[in-house]
Design a protein around this ligand. Structure first.
Ligand code: GTP
Length: 301
């Protein structure tokens, strides 16, 4: 049997919980009559390198060399501009206004689009430089090594584009963090049986040559650099024949964190798109409660 409660109306409930009617204010409600504090000129002591909004979640379309070739994913944006010393603030609403405009046109995360976006952003905000940074989970199909069982994996990808109107130039950065298996060479060497192994996280950040930004799938190149140098790849689905292969593969390719970052660095060095890079490997050690970590930063010029 349903119990009945004699509830007051919603308006009465709100009143009882403290809501009060709006006052008849004296300040203007028309946009034209409102003071524009952000655009009030004065000497505000310092120019600002970067001001804007971050942690903005938005759906985007991602193209990929791997299956699925087209996917919709949720990205996290940071949209910022520079600000000169004589302006109090930027017009922040214009940042999300532009994001909505691109969303309505179908926002594909290509360097082409991001390049257009940052230039429009700098113009719309009347500032010399604008930066768009976007991170998103990128999904790709992975087959099991023996039985070809297909499942979806993901890595965390990042794109960053900065436009500088003073020189009419862009900078392009990419990033990817992927998980791999690493098996300890020392443990393999000294033990009668087995070797400790763990999940390692490879984080790669790159600065690309401006003239090299093209249709090539940079995500796949960074994923390959991380995975093909590891003891073994991770898989969403493994049957017994697959598991045997993955286990043996890891044993055949032991890696310290130092080995990982050096080998990934060598692949990035050989990649003609990459001008500078940072590679970090962090192993969640299975024989410790702490992690092992190594980093290399390198500039080709
Ligand atoms: N500059 C600045 N704006 C903020 C800050 N915190 C909040 N705001 C935003 O400022 C918004 C007003 O946006 P503006 O773009 O300046 O509004 P507007 O001047 O009516 O917009 P335009 O017509 O495009 O010039 C509010 O909705 C707030 O979200 C802050 O710390 N700095």
């Amino acid at each position: 049997m349903i119990k009945t409660i004699d509830l007051p109306t919603k308006a009465e409930r709100h009143k009882r919980f403290g809501s009060v009617p709006p006052i008849k204010g004296s300040k203007p409600t028309d946009k034209e009559k409102m003071p524009d504090l952000q655009n009030t000129p004065n000497d505000f002591l310092f120019a600002i390198n970067s001001v804007g909004i971050c942690n903005v979640k938005h759906p985007v379309i991602v193209h990929s060399e791997l299956e699925p070739k087209v996917q919709t994913t949720i990205a996290t944006f940071a949209l910022t501009t520079s600000l000169n010393q004589m302006s109090k603030g930027i017009n922040m609403s214009r940042l999300t206004e532009l994001l909505q405009q691109y969303h309505e046109e179908g926002f594909v995360l290509s360097f082409d689009h991001l390049q257009r976006f940052t230039k429009e952003l700098a113009e719309k905000m009347e500032q010399t430089s604008a930066t768009l940074e976007v991170t998103f989970p990128w999904f790709f199909e992975r087959k099991s090594p023996a039985l070809d069982k297909v499942g979806l994996m993901h890595a965390d990808a990042k794109m960053k584009v900065t436009y500088n109107s003073d020189v009419d130039q862009y900078t392009y950065e990419t990033g990817l963090t992927g998980a791999v298996t690493t098996l300890c060479p020392c443990s393999k060497e000294i033990s009668e049986y087995s070797a400790h192994n763990q999940r390692g996280y490879v984080r790669i950040e790159t600065v690309l040559y401006s003239d090299s930004v093209c249709d090539k799938d940079w995500k796949k190149a960074l994923l390959d650099a991380a995975e093909t140098n590891a003891s073994a790849k991770l898989h969403p689905i493994l049957k017994r024949p697959d598991e045997k292969l993955v286990t043996e593969n890891a044993y055949e390719n032991p890696r310290f964190v130092e080995d990982m970052v050096r080998l990934v660095a060598a692949d990035l060095y050989e990649n003609p798109l990459v001008k500078a890079f940072t590679v970090e490997c962090r192993n969640e050690e299975s024989i410790h409660v702490h992690d092992a970590i190594a980093t290399i930063t390198y500039e080709k010029e």
